[in-house]
Design a protein around this ligand. Structure first.
Ligand code: BTN
Length: 326
């Protein structure tokens, strides 16, 4: 149900963007093979998300403004989750949603709390790198998770999250792969990064802050020069702008589904699936383990989330912390 509404909204936006004219409710209903009530409902939802329409009697609707913001109300009304996203905070501007989640975790917010921002002024990536988070151009979101698993299994959750994102993209016809440990790639360009931070005791996790940065509507001009050849967005790949809140809903729904699958069945299904969605599995890559980069052939993922690679003499190496360069 949610999916059908979603795709009608997308199709409506596409139709409005193709013309400067008014489009009548009847024409839109016929063109999209939906009822006039469905057209009206979808337009109302789009309005909540920041699209502006002019309505003139006997002529119909005209799209006069697009500032597709994020509407927590519309996100929550289309969520079919029990916990993920049920406590939901939307910020217009924050330093970093990760920071927000750390604060909320300490204040006792529940498992599944989400912090989403239109813009981050100090978005952070892995290894103290900056994360470019332009206003309204992507999904800048962190989740608070309180899983009952031992701390050493926490990296597995990064892969569970990555699998969820790959599946959501695949559902809209975009093929992405997972570059170990936490990047999503389209071809050889990064479209999404995941940052998992943890507070734990010796044998139990207090909480995880799982940050997701997904590039959605950036054009090449929006990319900083140093990322032009390395990064991409869904828009750059498909030429289609997307409604951020729609992807957020799909992502949260899928995340809860995959997390439940993980808690029920363990990591082995994800480990196995990684063989299909892993970036450059079976291929030679350049790996940095913080010294000189070296050539390695990606073999498989281990049960604990480690990456198994072979060096040029055929010797196996188990990597827990490394970066695949190219
Ligand atoms: C990486 O690839 O290095 C990880 C990038 C993670 C970026 C996201 S955006 C939402 C959340 N808030 C942050 O400051 N970082 C993560």
């Amino acid at each position: 149900m949610g999916e059908r509404t979603g795709s009608t909204k997308r199709k409506l936006i596409d139709l409005f963007k193709e013309t400067e004219d008014y489009l009548s409710g009847q024409w839109l209903a016929d063109t999209l093979s939906v009822s006039r009530t469905a057209v009206w409902k979808n337009i109302k939802e789009l309005e909540k998300e920041g699209f502006l329409f002019e309505v003139v009697k006997k002529k119909g609707y005209k799209l006069v403004g697009t500032s597709p913001g994020i509407s927590p109300a519309s996100i929550q009304s289309t969520l079919n989750t029990k916990e993920i996203g049920r406590t939901f905070y939307h910020f217009t501007e924050v330093k970093s949603t990760q920071e927000k989640i750390h604060t909320m975790a300490k204040e006792g917010y529940p498992n599944g709390t989400v912090a989403l921002a239109d813009e981050q002024t100090a978005g952070k990536g892995r290894m103290k790198r900056d994360w470019n988070s332009l206003k309204g151009k992507g999904i800048w979101m962190s989740l608070l998770l309180r899983p009952s698993i031992p701390p050493q299994k926490a990296p597995q959750l990064t892969l569970v999250a990555a699998t969820s994102i790959v599946n959501v993209l695949q559902a809209s016809g975009i093929e992405a792969t997972v570059k170990w440990p936490n990047d999503l790639m389209i071809g050889d360009r990064k479209v999404c990064g995941i940052l998992t931070e943890m507070r734990a005791e010796q044998d139990s996790i207090d909480y995880l802050a799982l940050g997701i940065g997904l590039n959605v509507n950036q054009s090449l001009e929006d990319m900083p020069v140093e990322l032009e050849r390395k990064a991409t967005s869904l828009y750059m790949e498909t030429g289609e702008e997307r409604v951020i809140s729609e992807i957020v809903t799909e992502l949260l729904n899928r995340l809860e589904y995959e997390l439940n699958r993980y808690f029920e069945l363990g990591f082995s299904p994800f480990q196995e699936e990684w063989g299909k969605i892993g970036y450059k599995v079976g291929q030679w890559v350049s790996v940095s383990t913080w010294g000189e980069p070296w050539r390695a052939k990606i073999d498989r993922m281990e049960a604990d989330g480690a990456l198994m690679v072979l060096d040029s003499s055929g010797r196996e190496h188990q990597l827990y912390s490394a970066e695949i360069l190219w």
